[in-house]
Design a protein around this ligand. Structure first.
Ligand code: TXA
Ligand code: MG
Length: 339
């Protein structure tokens, strides 16, 4: 199958492909998603196949209006409505109880809940409206790899397996949406993202953060949590705050292979780097670093001599919480200091 690139003036053709049951990757403000008609069971099944995604890991349903949510949720609690009003369109995914019989088990992984997201990205809102159906969209990467933040990343992982990609350039936020479970009385953040715990609490009061670690044979509340994630080919090491980067550079010098070094611009500029250090700038602040993290991890996959990647940690608060969550997973919890 040829995978074509849809330009922004070709959204109607992309919508036609979605209506025909084909897979089309779409941009959002966070990462690119792998789109299919949420009401077409065969199309949704193909999303799992193309990604190599385990079938018990449910998909997010992307909508372009609250009416679309009303069609599929059994009820929208008042607090959920308040959050939609405050943060939609935007990077907050809200899990609600599902109306019986309206969406296939394939979408929900057999759960009685469904995750809704209203992305802050005009071309994709147009796509959903034009197609006239909600669109499922996991991140458009091969399962286990860092999420795609450019159309090229999607092409790299999925060309030949999907009908097309809508190219809207690099995404702005770079880490996936906050996933908030509102299907029970006490709302819980299942995945941190750009909309922070603090921002949510300002609207609806106290909520929980999920710290539960899921075992291999457990059916988890957020099924995505039990799988390997964001892992490039090389081993990633987290460089904690307060680490002396001279030590890191010394260590790199001693290695018989190339080492990726992902750090803020000022750290890269201060360091005298050995030949085998391959630098990648995380920019000037946590917003830059979040937008660039996956791109950096992916670039090193194209450099087979890079066998390790050292990556700068940021304080785990606000957007930094989302950044550190992704970095921790990509490193499998490995730190430079305890290596
Ligand atoms: O920013 C984003 O959310 C991107 C863009 C494309 O919208 N999408 C995305 O989808 O990150 P995905 O499938 O890669 O991650 C969705 C996460 C998974 O960990 C999944 O397990 C969880 O949300 N999830 C989806 N539906 C759920 C449900 N009903 N209950 C619990 N967790 C759910
Ligand atoms: Mg994903």
């Amino acid at each position: 199958m040829d995978t074509r690139i849809f330009h922004l003036d070709e959204i109607n053709q992309a919508a036609k492909a979605i209506q025909d049951g084909k897979l089309v990757a779409f941009p959002t403000e966070t990462v690119y998603g792998l789109g299919a008609d949420a009401t077409n069971e065969a199309a949704v099944k193909n999303v799992y196949l193309a990604k190599g995604r385990p079938s018990d890991n449910p998909l997010i349903v992307h909508v372009a209006s609250i009416e679309m949510v009303e069609k599929y949720a059994s009820e929208i609690p008042d607090n959920a409505r308040k959050l939609m009003k405050e943060f939609w369109p935007g990077s907050l995914t809200i899990i609600l109880n599902i109306k019986k019989g309206v969406l296939s088990k394939t979408v929900t992984g057999g759960l009685s809940t469904v995750a809704f997201r209203f992305p802050d990205c005009q071309p994709t809102l147009e796509l959903i409206k034009e197609a006239g159906v909600p669109i499922v969209g996991p991140s458009a990467n091969t399962s286990g790899k860092p999420s795609p933040t450019t159309a090229q990343h999607v092409y790299h992982d999925l060309h030949g397996k999907i009908a097309g990609i809508i190219d809207n350039g690099p995404t702005r936020v770079g880490v996936e949406s906050t996933v908030l479970d509102m299907s029970t009385d006490q709302p819980v953040i299942l995945r941190p993202g750009a909309v922070t715990k603090h921002q949510i609490e300002e609207v609806i009061g106290s909520i929980d953060l999920n710290h539960h670690h899921v075992g291999k044979n457990e059916t988890p509340k957020a099924p995505g949590m039990k799988y390997k994630h964001y892992a490039p080919n090389a081993q990633v090491y987290i460089v904690d705050e307060g680490t002396d980067w001279k030590q890191v550079v010394d260590w790199i010098k001693q290695q018989p292979f190339d080492v990726g070094m992902m750090a803020e611009e000022k750290i890269l500029q201060q360091s005298t780097l050995p030949m085998n250090a391959i630098q990648f700038s995380l920019g000037k602040n946590i917003a830059d670093a979040s937008a660039r993290l996956f791109d950096g991890l992916r670039q090193f996959d194209d450099q087979p001599n890079v066998k390790a990647i050292v990556t700068q940690a940021f304080p785990a608060k606000d957007l930094g919480r989302a950044y550190m969550n992704r970095l921790n997973k990509s490193a499998g919890g490995e730190h430079f200091a305890t290596k």
